[in-house]
Write a protein that binds this ligand. Sequence first.
Ligand code: PLP
Length: 368
Amino acid sequence: MSGHEEAHVAQAFVSNFVAPLGPQLDAFEDEVSQNLGGGLHCVGLSSGSAALHLALRIAGVGPGDEVWVSSMTFAGGIFPVNYLGARPVFFDLDPKSWTVDVNNIAQQLEGAARDNRLPKAIVPTDLYGQSVDLDALEALAAQYGISLIVDSAESLGASYKRGRMAGTGGDAAILSFNGNKIITTSGGGMLVTKHKGWADEARFLATQARDPAPHYEHSTFGYNYRLSNICAAIGLGQMAVLKDRVSRRRAIFERYRAELSRPGITFMPEPDGLRSSRWLTALVIDPDELGVSREDIRLMLLKHEIESRPLWKPMHMQPLYTGTAYYGSGVDERLFAQGLCLPSGSDMSDDQQDEVIGRILQLLDSTN
Ligand SMILES: Cc1ncc(COP(=O)(O)O)c(C=O)c1O
């Protein structure tokens, strides 16, 4: 917490809006919309997964449809495809950006259009705080008439080219305010869309699809997916420090890079013109070059009660998705085998970071 949250929560209590809706939720939606550059419709929801579920449903995704997704992501960015009875088809990353390989998608779309089996939607992931190539993906979505829903759960505060903020892409983008994200509402998410109709429908579906009537009337099924006014009050306090958080995460990343760069360690790239939030410091270790493996480092840190974590396990490698279509050459598989997220919390002190760096350097010195 930043210290700004309690006042907003107290205001919510004083006004007695201890409910799913209320003035703090309206203000939080406005604040996020302003932060993204204005002009977009924001709908506060109970989670990022809920936001993706709604976006896919509004895009018309249903049983048997294909949804093309980045394989290297967290499960919450994929499971909503299954909620709708649709099928995820997995795509590899571009080694130059570590976000989805747009040329690979373009090539497969060409074939799919020829065979009349286009996907219903594409859901690329802004990985570890870095925006996908929005220009290219938006052009493809427009060319083939496919919905584009950008999973920006990890990238609030980052920017794409020309200062355009991550979270503004496609027909809709989704955000997450889960506890591990750059800002949190303790749990929550948001649908961000340029289509007023999508935002209206999301609000309708997220409050149990109540048709206008004095009694409870339903012509379709909905969900209980709105963000509570209390959680939104926390979010308002967190928005006050979003910029600082991004600066801090970027500083943590740069410091790791300055101290640990050597042959055999590669940090996540940042393409020209993009500004990642560096949500997590992600790197890959080539054990042949470094003489030490990812697991050697992770287990050594763990022995000292320092948590680090392998990069996301690509979803096409998950037991749940065995046999599911995957297009790629295994860039994501190599990142998973050799990749590590170092401790990167905004509140990590310089001393704590010194300890992580020092212990890694000690390990490298002792084995070389
Ligand atoms: C890439 C990605 N997509 C989706 C989600 C789901 O968000 P939530 O946990 O708010 O449901 C997360 C994180 O939790 C995520 O990292």
